[in-house]
Structure formats: C-alpha cells, structure tokens
Design a binder for this molecule. Structure first.
Ligand code: ZN
Length: 164
C-alpha cells in the first residue's frame, strides 16, 4: 500500500491509499478517485510545498579563530656570556695535571726571585752563589742571553686558566 497526498481542481487536499503507483494511475484515469469534499474526479497528486530542510542548514564556514592569538612566547633569556672552552682529551687532562703538579712542586721548593731571576741564575752559573732552585721572571731577551751563556733553565709551566 502506498499513500498519496492528493488535491482536487478546487484545491481540496486529501489523502488516499493505493496498492501501488500503477493502481493510482489507473484509478485516476478511470476517475475512480474523487474528492471527498466536492466529489470532483479531477484530482492529482498534491503539489507539496517543499519544506526547507532545517536539518541541512549551511554550516557556517569555519573561520580562523582571530581572537585566539597564540600565547606570547616567553621573553628570550639573555645569551650566556661566552666563556673560553676546550675539548680536552684524557691525555691532555693528564698532562695538564702533571704540569700543575710540576708547577706546584717548583714554586714550593724553589725561591721566587722575581725579576732578579736572570741575575741570580747567572751568579749561580758562574759560581758566585750556591746552586739552589729558584724561579722568577725573565724577559725574552734575558732568557735568550741566559741561553747563549749556557745557563740552563726551564720555563715555568703556565696553565691555560692562569694566563689572565
Ligand atoms: Zn474537491
């Protein structure tokens, strides 16, 4: 069974059941379908005003959420002050430790004669004073003169972090 919404030529709306659409066509042609209100046989399928499907509303376009600006990035911390760095191999670390030990030994067991080192070294070399361990300072020229006179001395090891 199928139900049709019908209307006559006078505008009366009514409904009627039919076995199928073919049965509807046959009965309408034979004028077997009449308006229950006026008896008119001039009936046809009611022209239904199309209902606006409320469930198919156009979705609002998805807009960029202008109000949601990304959170302000935290103020960048000031860059750390560059410091001299070095990759030190285990061998270098060991050598550095030995240098430090040697320097410590020298400064502990020798007399610091400061700027008088060339003079003292020369006196010891020429037997004017007793030999002893001393350390001090010498300009490059003084060191060169001592070397030329055959006076043996060694530069005091200086560690990188003590060169300030
Ligand atoms: Zn009618």
């Amino acid at each position: 069974m199928i139900r049709y919404a019908l209307a006559c030529d006078k505008g009366h709306a009514f409904e009627s059941w039919f076995a199928d659409s073919a049965a509807y066509d046959k009965q309408v042609k034979r004028k077997l379908v009449t308006c229950p209100h006026c008896g008119s046989a001039k009936v046809g399928k009611a022209i239904m005003a199309p209902r606006l499907a409320t469930s198919k509303k156009r979705r609002a376009p998805i807009e960029a959420t202008a109000g949601e600006a990304p959170a302000a990035a935290p103020a960048p911390s000031p860059p750390p002050t560059p410091a001299p760095v070095a990759m030190i191999s285990p061998q270098e670390r060991e050598l550095r430790a030995k240098l430090k030990e040697l320097r410590k030994h020298l400064t502990k067991n020798a007399e610091n004669v400061g700027g008088k080192f060339p003079e003292q070294a020369r006196k010891m070399h020429y037997g004017e004073v007793e030999h002893r361990s001393i350390y001090g300072e010498a300009t490059p020229d003084e060191a060169k003169e001592l070397a030329e006179e055959g006076i043996e001395f060694h530069p005091l090891p200086v560690l990188p972090d003590e060169r300030n």
